[in-house]
Design a protein around this ligand. Structure first.
Ligand code: PGA
Length: 256
């Protein structure tokens, strides 16, 4: 059975010192994390202080929200895989819809970023998801399969096994309107089928597929009741320690 994974995407929130307070509160609320993997993805500027607040035997893994595909060079404002690795990151979010729509990231860039992450031993969390117009036009499946293949086409089965996929319908992100668990499970099934078909049955079995988009402590439970849904990518609710802790506890209870 795949261990549930809960990822907190802090987006552009919290200074380094605010981040320390948030992590301390979280640690106080989550004494035991056996049975669930939890990743915190603060802004780049807070990675070092979050790492410090987690202490010598961290209960959470550290993740970044983005990376550049080159290791170093004249790329003003960018951050590379080796820099993230050096700060203790184990995960990195790639292809979030806010990067695709707000910063013009296309499958081509997403593919290069996935490749860079894997090269440096970072586990990519690949985000895919359709807009409401695409859903209304019946294109959900083709959009998410296109994004999956666009990002991973030239990767080996061993590499794809390192990837987590996050299904995040664009219309559900930050809107307060989550997909229904049935809608999410249907897309997850499609993604897993494609992973099996394009790479292998082992890959289809190993890769965790998360749901993201307006996840809250109130709505998380039915998502995690589905065998298709291996956890959540949480935005707004991860900034409230009580909410994020509750979501992680629900995921742990599901696995135990
Ligand atoms: P949300 O964001 O939980 O605030 O909808 C999710 C995400 O963008 O990853």
């Amino acid at each position: 059975m795949r261990i549930p994974l809960i990822v907190g995407n802090w987006k552009m929130n919290k200074t380094a010192s605010e981040a320390v307070s948030l992590v301390r509160e979280l640690l106080g609320r989550l004494p035991d994390l056996r049975g669930v993997d939890v990743v915190l993805a603060p802004p780049f500027t807070a990675l070092e202080s979050v790492r410090g607040a987690l202490g010598a035997q961290p209960r959470f893994e550290l993740g970044a929200q983005n990376l550049h595909w080159e290791d170093q060079g004249a790329f003003t404002g960018e951050i590379s895989g080796p820099m993230l690795k050096d700060l203790g990151c184990r995960y990195v979010i790639v292809g979030h819809s806010e990067r695709r729509t707000g910063f013009g990231e296309r499958d081509e860039e997403v593919r290069k970023k996935i490749r860079a992450a894997l090269r440096h031993g970072l586990k990519p969390i690949l985000c895919v998801g359709e807009s409401s117009a695409e859903r209304d036009a019946g294109r959900t499946e083709s959009v998410v399969i296109g994004q999956l293949e666009g990002a991973l086409a030239d990767r080996s089965p061993q590499e794809v096994a390192q990837v987590t996929v996050a299904y995040e319908p664009v219309w559900a992100i930050g809107t307060g309107t989550a997909a229904t668990p049935d809608q999410a499970a249907a897309v997850h099934r499609t993604l897993r089928r494609q992973l099996t078909k394009n790479w292998s049955a082992d890959v289809g079995e190993a890769v965790r597929v998360l749901y993201g988009g307006s996840v809250t402590p109130q709505n998380i439970e039915p998502f995690l009741e589905s065998d298709e849904i291996d956890g959540a990518l949480v935005g707004g609710a991860c900034l409230i320690p009580e909410s994020f802790a509750t979501i992680a506890c629900v995921a742990r209870a599901r696995h135990v």
